[in-house]
Design a protein around this ligand. Structure first.
Ligand code: FES
Length: 210
């Protein structure tokens, strides 16, 4: 390996080598390496993008074009909890703008009342998250919650701030704060997210909940 990895832990440096070795071409490793960078720092910094570029032997601009296309690769630090409010058409028609405003105002309020140096809760708006039948749909650390109203969004953000759950579980949030769900026949899921990086990776971003 030619590149010097200056910003990642020793453990993740070893993972980098394993990831690159798994692909016939180095450039094919770009997405899992960006994911690993997210796990390392909770966002993909400019330095991390440059390092990934060097590792997979493409230009930083090419890495940036991939990282900027996928909104789950955050470019700035985020709180322990990302509240993502869908504002696409079905949710918009069901009051998503009001849900978003309620979540943002509550998050700002709890941040200003807190002693934390960094805001614990980040609120963002996102495009369709595939739960249109349960509009308005919201995710917390990519765990889904359907049928959200402004009042439920306020309660959700206050709950996150007060309880700081170690594992965020979709089913638990749905019971506590959700409205009508688009599919209620699914089995209960016991695994949830442990942080603001999407929990679809192989490196400890999901965990069994209560
Ligand atoms: S429009 Fe909001 S989940 Fe599809």
């Amino acid at each position: 390996m030619n590149a010097v990895i200056g910003h990642w832990s020793h453990e993740n440096q070893k993972r980098v080598e394993a990831i690159i070795a798994a692909y016939p071409q180095r450039r094919s490793a770009i997405m899992p390496l960006l994911y690993l960078a997210s796990l390392e720092h909770r966002y993909v910094s400019e330095d991390a993008m440059r390092e990934v570029a060097e590792l997979v032997e493409i230009t930083p601009v090419q890495v940036h074009s991939v990282a900027s296309f996928y909104t789950m690769f955050k470019k700035n630090d985020v709180g322990d909890y990302i509240v993502s409010v869908c504002t696409s058409i079905s949710c918009y028609l069901n009051g998503a703008d009001d849900v978003l405003a309620a979540a943002q105002e509550t998050a700002e309020s709890v941040a200003s009342d807190s002693d934390d140096d960094v805001a614990v809760i980040s609120v963002e708006h996102v495009e369709c998250i595939g739960a249109c039948g349960g509009a308005t749909a919201v995710q917390v650390n990519y765990e889904l919650l359907e049928g959200v109203t402004p009042e439920r969004a306020i309660a959700l953000v206050n709950w996150l701030s007060d309880t700081r759950p170690e594992v965020v579980l979709a089913d638990e949030m749905q019971q506590l704060f959700g409205g009508r769900r688009s599919f209620d026949w699914g089995s209960t899921e016991s695994f949830g997210a442990t942080g603001p990086v999407p929990a679809f990776g192989p490196y400890g971003s999901a965990q069994e909940g209560r």
